[in-house]
Design a protein around this ligand. Structure first.
Ligand code: ADP
Length: 465
């Protein structure tokens, strides 16, 4: 497979060669036409004068004597300063009455039978007679008048045509010699963006994700393509960075409960324990294992593909029973924490979604509200319409979230106060993931020390006609 550059160079060279050839051919044909016309006019004048002189001397009835011949020669010599003209006078029956020395075209049947006032292109063969130009071509003009056939030949004008033909050859050679390097340079310039892309892609392949395609000025189309590719590389770099961060965080977070488990086991096995002591250790270990398996489960869910596949399975979900069921699941926990759960619902709210996932999101927010609130406080869940969308609001009277942390709490593994928190730090990132999967958003407002308010906004289910 030939390279694109080779092909472009060839096409540019061949293309310019074809164009120049056509232009030169047209110019040449036009030049020949002009010369022919002029020669014809010029030779017709001479032929007429010779006819005049010969007819005046009684030709073709009378032979052309030395005096008439001298007059004709003189006449030609007067016009023809370069010695390129020759003439022959024939009778209508083909008899040669007279021919000048320079008329070196053989008078054969072909030339005799020529039509009136015609221009004949005739080759005399190389090495034309005597001092005549080295050109082997002649214009021969034939004129029939008053019983005489006069031929006038001219070498000079046709030399020009010959030169034009030679000119075409030289010009084409020059075009070939110039168009190849020009084609090479043009194609190299056109292909420069591809080289830049190739280089950047090679760097990315080697692991340099920060590599970008650098190209100075370029056409808008190329610019757009390069910008799009650079954006893709940037996206790739940032997702790769996120994945790396996620893997590092996940490994770190999974390591903590494992270390706790190992520590507990080592302590327990260090010496003989009573049955009660073993039970306590086992209960602690069970808690850690439950936390560990919850984290693995959450990680698997977060790593699973979202998007179109999941959305295809969305059903109409009624919000009122969903919130009520979630509150019921959390009832025992809330009671144990001394928290009252108050529901303030609007009937008829529906969204298109995945019920269990939505319940999971609500559960996480409501569970947090309970966990981060002191005893004898209320967690209120309000469901309303919000500009045609469905809003679920969870208010608590707990410790609240400092302003600068409000975005970060949605990051994976982020915990405000890890020493106090018992969660995995994955709860809210799961909420964000679920809500965004449903085309919604989650917002948080808080007054530290006085409580937090989480708002989940979901697009309402399309109404059936
Ligand atoms: P966790 O499992 O640790 O609770 P989350 O992702 O659910 O992880 O929450 C991240 C952090 O946000 C929590 O560690 C907590 O500090 C803070 N947070 C979440 N909800 C609340 C709330 N209602 N009140 C105060 N802080 C909260």
């Amino acid at each position: 497979m030939r390279s694109l550059q080779f092909r472009m160079t060839s096409w540019i060279a061949l293309g310019s060669l074809a164009v120049i050839t056509v232009v030169l051919l047209v110019l040449n044909l036009y030049g020949m036409h002009r010369i022919t016309q002029q020669s014809k006019k010029y030779l017709r004048g001479i032929a007429s004068s010779i006819t005049e002189v010969a007819a005046a001397a009684g030709a073709p009835a009378q032979p052309i004597g030395p005096a008439v011949a001298a007059t004709i020669e003189e006449h030609i010599a007067f016009i023809d300063r370069e010695g390129s003209l020759g003439a022959a006078i024939l009778a209508a029956d083909g008899r040669v009455l007279y021919r000048t020395r320079r008329f070196d075209v053989p008078i054969d049947d072909g030339i005799r039978r020529g039509s009136r006032s015609r221009l004949i292109l005739h080759s005399t063969g190389s090495g034309g007679a005597g001092p005549a130009p080295s050109s082997v071509w002649r214009f021969v003009f034939r004129q029939e008048d008053r019983g005489l056939v006069v031929f006038v030949s001219d070498a000079h004008h046709f030399e020009l045509v010959e030169r034009l033909t030679e000119g075409i050859g030289v010009a084409l050679l020059a075009v070939i010699l110039l168009s190849l390097p020009a084609g090479y340079l043009i194609s190299r310039r056109l292909l420069r963006p591809f080289h830049a892309i190739d280089q950047a892609a090679a760097r990315v392949r080697k692991g340099d994700l920060g590599a970008r395609i650098s190209l100075g000025a370029g056409s808008p189309e190329i610019r757009r393509m390069i910008d799009a590719l650079n954006d893709t590389f940037a996206e790739l770099e940032s997702s790769f960075g996120r994945i790396q961060q996620f893997s590092a965080d996940a490994a770190h977070e999974l390591n903590t409960p494992l270390t706790v488990l190992r520590g507990s086991l080592e302590v327990a096995l260090a010496r003989e324990r009573t049955l009660e002591e073993y039970q306590i250790v086992l209960a602690e270990m069970l808690d850690e294992i439950i936390r560990l398996s919850r984290m693995v489960h959450d990680l698997l869910l977060l790593a699973s593909p979202g998007g179109a596949d999941r959305r295809a399975q969305f059903r109409t979900v009624d919000i009122v029973p969903l919130v009520a069921a979630t509150a019921e699941r959390l009832g025992m926990i809330a009671e144990a924490a001394g928290i009252r759960l108050a529901l303030n619902q609007t009937a008829g709210l529906q969204v298109a979604g995945d019920g269990p996932l939505l319940q999971r999101a609500l559960y996480n927010i409501m569970h947090n509200a309970i966990r981060y609130s002191p005893m004898n406080t209320v967690v209120t869940v309000t469901t309303t319409w919000d500009n045609g969308a469905v809003a679920i609001e969870i208010n608590d009277q707990g410790i609240g979230i400092p302003k600068d942390q409000r975005e970060r709490i949605f990051e994976r593994f982020y915990r405000l106060d890890p020493s106090r928190a018992t969660g995995t730090g994955l709860g809210l990132s799961m909420v964000k993931w679920i809500v965004e999967l449903h085309g919604g958003r989650v917002e948080v407002e808080s007054e530290p020390g006085r409580g937090a308010r989480f708002r989940v906004i979901l697009p309402a289910a399309p109404r059936l006609p």
